[in-house]
Design a protein around this ligand. Sequence first.
Ligand code: AOF
Ligand code: ZN
Length: 361
Amino acid sequence: MSQEFNLKMINLAHNIAKSKFGQTFPNPTVGCIIAKNSKIISKGVTNNSGRPHAEEIALEKAGSKSKGATMFVTLEPCFHSSKNGSCADQILRAGIKEIFISSPDPDKRTSNKSILKLRKNKVLVNVGLLKNKTHSLNKFFFKSIKKKQPFTKVKLAVSDDEKIAWSNYKSKWISNEYSREYGHKLRLYSQAILTTSKTIIKDDPKLTIRLNKNKEIHIPIIIIDKNLKIPLDSNILKNISKKRVIIFTALKNKKSLHLTKLGCEIIYCKQNINNKLNLKNIFKKIYSLNISDILVEAGGIFFTEILKNKLVDEIHLFKSKIIIGQNGKPAIHGKNISKLKLSLQETKKFRSDTYLNYKVV
Ligand code: AOF
Ligand code: ZN
């Protein structure tokens, strides 16, 4: 098949993968196409929550037609076993003759092992076509595996003078309704939301996804609450049977037992000598709970702390034209956002608000 056709197919595999972006956590979203004689036989994309894998779906659809066909897949097929054997074994069993893989899989269980096995078994393996596309689509996956901590995005709404609240918290909203709707999309594309008891006490947020009036989507919520101050009647504890609530705390008392009975997962952490929780350890723990991607929605003090600990990967900033004045609460303590080392990845306009997506470098 021509080089032009191969490029078209691997591009299409990425477009299919993109359709599941944000729905396969903690698994990456992968696209797969099987073709023969320059014609597509079948397509597959990683299913919600990660299984079945893209290749399993495409192979199942193609049936015996896979014999002698070419597969185009955005990530190296897995080496580790599932119900039907690894994707690498399923590919061999199906008689695929040639395979185009955009990127090797950094997961230790696979990491080049499938590429070697396929080559050993006389499959023609081509690696690297549009590798960057796979990496940028699944940033959370590549980064979290490397750092063993979740890919961390911070969502912030600031005034023109970089304040996140009035000194008396007189109003909840700085950004407009169009920005806030996009904020719900950011939640939809995240595996979990991380917040603090301080934000819960001040704002009593629901932290659910409400893009559609008739549908509320729940994603896991992680709360940092050293002294277990979260009010028992807060919105976050409502509908608890529909979601996962994880609380990191230093306290073990009647309230923690009560929260456990309600259905919260309580994780006890020791305090540092300066009476603080160790955020780096907490982030490692979150990763070990199979949470690879988080959106932080909290206040300036917490944002300053996680920046100091180098735990932030991206900042999603909604900037409004409002001026709050010097008594307002700052986004970062002791620094302006413009003084951080950032690289701008994307901007959007939401009427008078500007949305800026920065990578922390
Ligand atoms: C594939 N095809 O579509 C995806 C893959 O928990 P499991 O068994 O589903 O395995 C998860 C790992 O599989 C994940 O960490 C990543 O390495 C790979 N994802 N592999 O062959 C796919 N999504
Ligand atoms: Zn697989």
